[in-house]
Design a protein around this ligand. Structure first.
Ligand code: 6GU
Length: 243
């Protein structure tokens, strides 16, 4: 996966994604990160990238020329026009299904806006997708793009230690993850559920499935409506909710 991030703060992106699992994934070339400073493409001698909004109003607007030239410089090195994802609270709210879909691309370009946003002609001409990470306002798209790159990257084969962990956990099947425990089995009188110590894998799987269903019903009932529950799951759920 080749990520290109168009930003006024490339060091923020580079540093934010250099630690831990994503840092390792870059070292292993499972993912590649190219943070492009939009300012480097400004055509004027003051390297200005923003200006006052036509019609007046608060803040500054990012000008089209440096952004479009920065995108074109990436396109020139490829044999196709990669998706250009603009991070904006006006976009579609990011979720796990979108992460999975984007993880199948070869190259992705992200555009981080700042100030009051980017000139609308950028959105009209080169932006293919608009994504938000939730209903709140950030100072810029940088933190949002890091969230999205993290969520996509962990789905790329080899990035996580065992491919399983990306599958079994929260949201894989539209449900929340079951509770986890580690040693000690008794922590100041707080005990790990007996079934987990039993070594009986069938019972453990059954317990975990029940816990996933129960938790989702209690904490995120909205997810339960969307999850594709089998008739077996529905039966289990009915039983545990009666208790
Ligand atoms: Cl993607 N960008 C900005 N600037 N603010 C946001 C956002 C994105 N998602 C939620 N708030």
């Amino acid at each position: 996966m080749n990520y290109h991030v168009l930003t006024l703060f490339p060091e923020m992106i580079e540093q934010g994604l250099s630690a831990s699992i994503l840092g390792k994934a870059q070292e292993k070339n499972l993912i590649n990160l190219n943070a492009v400073n939009i300012r480097d493409y400004a055509n004027n001698k003051h390297k200005q990238v923003d200006d006052y909004p036509y019609g007046g109003g608060a803040g500054m607007v990012m000008q089209p020329q440096p952004i479009i030239d920065a995108y074109d410089s990436i396109v020139r090195k490829l044999d196709h026009r990669p998706r250009l994802i603009y991070l904006t609270p006006q976009g579609k709210t990011f979720n796990q299904d979108m992460a999975l879909e984007l993880s199948k691309e070869n190259s992705l370009v992200f555009l981080c806006g700042h100030y009051e946003g980017v000139d609308e002609r950028v959105v009209e001409t080169i932006v293919t997708d608009e994504i938000s990470i939730g209903d709140y306002v950030l100072t810029g798209g940088e933190l949002a793009v890091m969230v999205i790159i993290d969520a996509i990257s962990r789905l790329i084969p080899g990035v996580l230690k065992n491919d399983q962990s990306a599958e079994t956990e929260t949201f894989h099947n539209g449900l929340l993850e079951y509770p986890q425990y580690t040693r000690p089995a008794d922590y100041n009188g707080l005990k790990v559920p007996e079934v987990l110590l039993s070594g009986h894998h069938e019972n453990i799987d059954k317990w975990r499935k029940e816990q996933s269903l129960l938790r989702t019903a209690l904490k995120r009932p909205d997810l339960l409506e969307k999850a594709n529950l089998s008739t077996q799951d529905l039966k289990i759920l009915k039983k545990i909710l009666q208790k």
